[in-house]
Design a protein around this ligand. Structure first.
Ligand code: KG4
Ligand code: ZN
Length: 340
């Protein structure tokens, strides 16, 4: 047959997602989020596994139905092996094995971070989208990771720099918590920042060598700043929310780009992409465009549905591994820590 149908399953954190691709074309991409964590101010692993276990069958059924294919047309099942929460990964991994066994098709293990990067190659039905040319640089910014990756081929990548502690998404979420915003706070900081003056408050950059990032000091700096201001004026946050969000957001983006720009120049790279949950940030997206225009880069920004966790990115990675005949055996186990 000319076409391969890949079912992708993603369950590494708090989103249960299933997608069907026909070769590299997305036919469906269905995600169930988990509201339960909001009241706890962060993802509670035990609750996440339970919710995945409840969501996974309806989500997979919905994805197959939305794709308009029959179960028996699926050629392989790709699933996220890691990195992520072990209990969450176990649900997706076990489901993928059982489902594939029932259908008599192979399974394909996928690294979640590679998935975020290969999301740039997902095509939509009826429109040919431009994709990055190898080698390109991808800055992956999510709730768990911050990486500068040199992408040499679909399955050939090298992490050049990454964070030594918190991820960029955590820098957003933890600051949002200090401001009294619900989890995950990243999108809310983005929203409030739209009406703010980004030059109003200044923060200092963490001292990190080379292409290493550090975000944990930034969180402490932010907390101290807010606490100090609140001593003078208890309603400081309410009165200045937009300016606080805009200034803090700009600072994170300045820091991310400081290293990205240096690296692109050093390597003489023209194609630059962003990916991961934080690449949904409107200011980060427009910054990449601006910097790209100035430097003459070809820039790649994923569509919103492929920024945050989704199964289409797992399925596209699965598709390229399928072409290489790279299948997993049925005794495979998930890996909470899993390097690219
Ligand atoms: O990739 P993702 O869905 O999950 C992980 O693999 O971690 O990323 C989630 C992260 C969260 O920290 C969330 O606050 C952040 O992405 N995020 C944003 C925005 N949308 C999601 N951060 C800033 N601005 C946004 N618009
Ligand atoms: Zn992710």
């Amino acid at each position: 047959r000319k076409y391969k149908y890949i079912l992708g399953i993603e369950s590494s954190c708090d989103d249960t997602s299933a997608a069907i691709l026909r070769n590299d074309v997305m036919l469906s991409n269905i995600t169930a989020g988990q509201e339960i964590h909001r009241q706890y101010g962060g993802v509670v692993p035990e609750l996440a596994s339970r919710a995945h276990q409840q969501h996974i069958i309806p989500v997979v059924e919905a994805a197959i139905q939305a794709a308009g294919i029959g179960k028996n047309e699926i050629d392989a099942v790709a699933f996220t092996r890691g990195p992520g929460l072990l209990g969450s990964l176990l649900v997706g991994t076990s489901f993928a094995k059982s489902f594939a066994m029932g259908l008599g098709v192979p399974i394909i293990e996928v690294n979640h971070m590679i998935g975020h990067i290969l999301a740039h190659f997902i095509q939509e039905e009826g429109k040919e989208k431009e994709v990055p040319t190898f080698p390109f640089l991808c800055m992956t910014v999510s709730g768990g990771h911050t990486q500068l990756v040199l992408v040499k081929g679909f399955l050939e990548m090298e992490v050049i720099g990454e964070t030594m502690d918190d991820a960029a998404g955590e820098a957003f979420d933890k600051a949002a918590k200090v401001l009294g915003l619900p989890y995950p706070g990243g999108p809310l900081i983005d929203k409030h920042a739209k009406n703010g003056d980004a030059g109003r408050f200044e923060f200092t950059f963490p001292k990190t060598e080379g292409y290493t990032y550090s975000f944990s000091g930034l969180k402490t700096q932010f907390m101290n700043f807010i606490n100090k201001e609140k001593q003078q004026n208890p309603s400081f946050v309410e009165e200045n929310l937009a300016d606080i969000c805009a200034s803090y957001q700009k600072h994170i983006i300045d820091y991310l780009f400081m290293k990205l720009e240096t690296l692109a120049a050093e390597m003489g790279i023209q194609d630059v992409a962003i990916s991961g949950g934080v690449s949904a940030n409107s200011e980060l997206r427009s910054r990449l465009q601006q910097v790209g225009e100035k430097k003459g880069w070809n820039t790649f920004i994923p569509a919103f549905q492929y920024c945050t966790d989704n199964a289409a990115m797992i399925a596209i990675t699965g598709y390229y591994k399928y072409l290489n005949g790279d299948f997993a055996t049925m005794d495979i186990a998930p890996k909470a820590r899993f390097k690219i």
